[in-house]
Write a protein that binds this ligand. Structure first.
Ligand code: SAM
Length: 275
C-alpha cells in the first residue's frame, strides 16, 4: 500500500489572511488534520469553510499519539499537522512527529508560511545575516541567567519568544547579563495592535516599566561584538595558568602565543584579574 504524506502546515499568527492557498488546499485534501488544539483549529477551519476530521496532537499526548499518526500514514492516510499559530515545530509540537516520520521513511512535506520569529527578526532593524533562535528563556530566574550567560559571546542576532508576565524580568536579566545592547520588541504581529519598539535593552525596559505591554511578543537582541569571545577566553586562560603555578609573565607569553592576541591586550586583561 502506498504510504500517506505528512504535511507540515503553518497557520496565521494573528491575521487570518496570512494563510496560504497551498495550506488551504492541503487542509481540504488531506484525510485528517492533527491539531495542537482541535477547538482552536476548528475556528480556523470554520472561517475557511473547511470540514475535516481532526485528531489532537499536543505536548501532553505526543508519546501516545505520535505512533498512532505514523500508523495512519503507513496505512495510506495523508495527515496535515497544524499548531495553534505559526509554524508547527517552532516552539510548538511538531518536531517529534516529523522525526518519527523521517525514521519510518514516511514523506514529510513542509509548506512555507508565517512564523513570529522570522517576522520579528526582519523588522528588528538588526543584522539578519546570521541569527540564533532561542525560543523561550527558562522561567526560573537562576536558570534564565545561566542561559543568558551562555549567550554572552553569541555573535549572531538572537531571537527570543517571551510572555508578557515575564517581560520585565527577562529584559532586566538580558541587560544585566548581555549588556545594554540594541534590541527590538515586537508584539501582536499581524494583529490590530501590532507594534515594534526598537532601542537599547535598557530603553525597552523603561518602556515596559511605563506601559503594561500585553500580547504575544518576540524580543530580538543584537549579537555580541566580534572579539568578545577572545577577550573572555583570554581571561579564563590566564586564570587557569596562574592557578597552575605559572608566573604572570609566563602566563601572558603563553596566551599571546596561543591566541595571537597582542601583548598589551593580554597584559591589561591580566590586570583585571583578582589574582
Ligand atoms: N509556532 C509559532 C511560530 O512559528 O511563531 C510559535 C508558537 S509559541 C508557542 C508562541 C510564541 O510565539 C508567543 O509566546 C510569542 O512569543 C510568539 N508569537 C506568536 N504569535 C505572535 C505574534 N502575533 N506576535 C508576536 N509574537 C508572537
Amino acid at each position: 500500500m502506498e504510504q500517506g504524506i505528512l504535511y507540515v502546515c503553518p497557520t496565521p499568527i494573528g491575521n487570518l489572511d496570512d494563510i496560504t492557498l497551498r495550506v488551504l488546499d492541503t487542509l481540504r485534501s488531506v484525510d485528517i488534520i492533527a491539531a495542537e488544539d482541535t477547538r482552536h483549529t476548528l475556528k480556523l477551519l470554520n472561517h475557511f469553510d473547511i470540514k475535516k476530521q481532526m485528531t489532537s496532537y499536543h505536548e501532553h499526548n505526543i508519546r501516545e499519539k505520535g505512533p498512532l499518526i505514523v500508523d495512519m500514514l503507513q496505512n495510506g492516510k495523508s495527515v496535515a499537522l497544524v499548531s495553534d499559530a505559526g509554524m508547527p515545530g517552532i516552539s510548538d509540537p511538531g518536531e517529534d512527529i516529523v522525526k518519527l516520520c523521517v525514521e519510518a521513511g514516511i514523506q514529510v512535506m513542509g509548506l512555507p508560511g508565517p512564523s513570529a520569529a522570522l517576522l520579528a527578526l526582519v523588522v528588528s532593524g538588526l543584522s539578519t545575516d546570521k541569527f540564533a533562535f532561542e525560543g523561550f528563556l527558562p522561567s526560573k530566574s537562576t536558570d534564565r541567567i545561566k542561559a543568558l550567560e551562555g549567550l554572552k559571546t553569541e555573535e549572531r542576532t538572537i531571537i527570543f519568544y517571551e510572555s508578557p508576565h515575564r517581560l520585565l524580568d527577562s529584559l532586566k536579566d538580558m541587560s544585566s547579563v548581555l549588556g545594554n545592547r540594541r534590541a527590538s520588541l515586537s508584539r501582536e504581529l499581524t494583529k490590530k495592535f501590532e507594534e515594534t519598539i526598537r532601542g537599547t535593552l535598557e530603553e525597552l525596559l523603561s518602556v515596559a516599566h511605563e506601559r503594561q505591554l500585553k500580547g504575544e511578543m518576540v524580543i530580538v537582541v543584537q549579537g555580541a561584538e566580534k572579539g568578545e569571545q577572545e577577550e573572555f577566553d583570554i581571561a579564563a586562560m590566564l586564570l587557569q595558568l596562574l592557578e597552575n603555578g605559572y608566573s604572570k609573565k609566563d602566563a601572558i607569553r603563553f596566551v599571546c602565543e596561543k591566541t595571537g592576541a597582542p601583548k598589551n591586550q593580554v597584559y591589561s586583561e591580566s590586570l583585571r584579574l583578582k589574582k
